[in-house]
Structures are given as C-alpha cells and as structure tokens.
Ligand binder design. Structure first.
Ligand SMILES: NC(=O)c1ccc[n+]([C@@H]2O[C@H](COP(=O)([O-])OP(=O)(O)OC[C@H]3O[C@@H](n4cnc5c(N)ncnc54)[C@H](OP(=O)(O)O)[C@@H]3O)[C@@H](O)[C@H]2O)c1
Length: 232
C-alpha cells in the first residue's frame, strides 16, 4: 500500500474503502470483505449510521488496530464546541475505539468554527491523530486555514472524479498545505461512467477496467481515493 504523509507527519493509505449508503445490516460484511481485499483505510461518518458495524468489523478482523486508519465525520447537527466534542466521543464509543485516526467536519455550515476548535482540542489530547474538513470550497478552506492558525486541516475530502476533476480547488489545497481526498471517484456510478468511451479506451490499452483507470489517475495526482462497493 502506498501512503501519503499528512501535514502533521501522520501517514495515511492512499486508497480507502467508504461505507456511505451501505445499510447497517450490510456494513460489517462489506468492511470485512474490504479488509480481506487489502483495505486498511475505512471512511465512515456519523450521518451514515454504520459506525458501530465498522467497529465490529475491525474487532472481528483479527488485524491489529495500528494497521488501520479509521475516519469519521462530524455531522452539521453536531456542530458547536460542546456538541462536536460529545459527538466525537460518542463515535469512538460506537466504534469501540480508544482513538480515531482522522475526524473531519462533514460540511461547511452552521458553527463549524466552534466544532473545529473542539477537534483541535481532541487532537491535542491524543484522542484523534489528524483533523480536517470535507466539502470546503476554496473560499471556505482558505477562511478556516486563516481563522484557525493553531492546526491547519490535514485533509479536505471533496467529490473528485473524471466529471469533476477539482484542478483549481486542488491547487488551492496544496497552497494551504491541505491534502485532497476524493469522494465519489466513480461519480457514484452515474452517467454510465464505467462505460465511458475514453475510460474504456485507456483501460483496453493497459488491460484494466474503467474503475482501475480512475483510481490510477487519482493516485498519480497524489489524491487519496475512497472506493465503495458491496460486491467483493
Ligand atoms: N464527504 C462527503 O460528503 C462524501 C460524500 C459521498 C461519499 N463520501 C465517501 O466516499 C466514498 C465513495 O463514494 P461513493 O460511495 O459516494 O461513490 P463511488 O465510490 O463513486 O461509487 C460507488 C458506486 O460505484 C459502484 N462500483 C464501485 N466499484 C465498481 C466497479 N469496480 N465496477 C462497477 N461498479 C462499481 C458501486 O456499486 P456496488 O456497491 O453496488 O458494487 C456503487 O454504486 C463513500 O462511501 C464515502 O465514504 C463522502
């Protein structure tokens, strides 16, 4: 597995498994299958309602905790300092973990300043190894970097795929020292992406599927990529 080094020195796998839109009933098996396939970065969120099952899969895998890189995201309804802090502690309890590798603010709405301050404190207490944001457009990202000089976000997780390449936003993140992470690399399967003629043509040249071509394109751009499938 290739790793990216975040702005605080923490190493993060460049490819991960996301559990958005996987029901709680399906999550444990999907994560166990992903672990079996070699994934160690697992991306969940409070709003996905499957943190507990992610934790169960980690516990049942028999693989040591240190090998995993677990991300969750704080939902906007849990923003503000106190609510954010309490919600992250609850996420840890749900997953049965005594630390979380990465915690992100899911969206730039409501009191995300207070929420970010809570993440900074959790980070300094050693309960979280890295903190960051998600869906922050360049203006919001620059704002939070300027406003919170204590800890610059390690990650900004944004939609990134061949239909939404994020070239300008990526450049802005690099300027701010923030690592980009791609959600929906396959555009959630929309617009017939797996049969896109350009991707199929590139794949045929290399004996790869369109999905593999996309993952390679993102890795070559030094973008951390989250894939999701319930099919092993
Ligand atoms: N921060 C945010 O706001 C945000 C938003 C969205 C997503 N995310 C994160 O990013 C992760 C990935 O994004 P996503 O789940 O929205 O979409 P995605 O990974 O772009 O696409 C998932 C879809 O592609 C299909 N698929 C996956 N691999 C395939 C393959 N090799 N061949 C054919 N079909 C394939 C899956 O089908 P099957 O499952 O049926 O196999 C599923 O329908 C999420 O799980 C989540 O962790 C974050």
């Amino acid at each position: 597995m290739q790793y990216m080094t975040l702005n605080n020195g923490v190493k993060m796998p460049i490819v991960g498994f996301g559990v958005f839109q996987i029901s709680p009933e399906e999550t444990k098996q999907a994560v166990l299958d992903a672990i079996d396939a070699g994934y160690r970065l697992i991306d969940t969120a409070q709003v996905y309602k499957n943190e507990k099952e992610v934790g169960q899969a980690i516990a049942e895998s028999g693989i040591s905790r240190e090998e995993f890189f677990i991300t969750t995201k704080v939902w906007v309804g849990n923003y503000g300092y106190e609510n954010c802090r309490a919600s992250v502690l609850k996420s840890m309890e749900q997953m049965g973990l005594d630390y979380i590798d990465l915690v992100l603010l899911h969206q730039p709405f409501s009191d995300y300043y207070g929420a970010y301050n809570a993440l900074e404190d959790l980070y300094e207490e050693g309960l979280v190894r890295a903190i960051g944001v998600s869906n922050f457009q360049p203006d919001r990202l620059t704002d939070i970097c300027l406003f919170n000089r204590r800890i610059i976000p390690a990650i900004n997780q944004v939609e990134t795929n061949p239909f939404n390449a994020q070239y300008e936003a990526h450049a802005n993140m690099e300027k701010n020292g923030v690592q980009i992470e791609a959600w929906a690399p396959f555009a959630e399967g929309k617009n017939n992406i797996f049969n896109n003629p350009t991707l199929v043509e590139i794949g045929e040249k290399h004996g790869k599927t369109s999905a593999q071509v996309i993952v390679r394109w993102l890795i070559d751009r030094s973008i951390i990529v989250l894939c999701k499938s319930v099919h092993k």
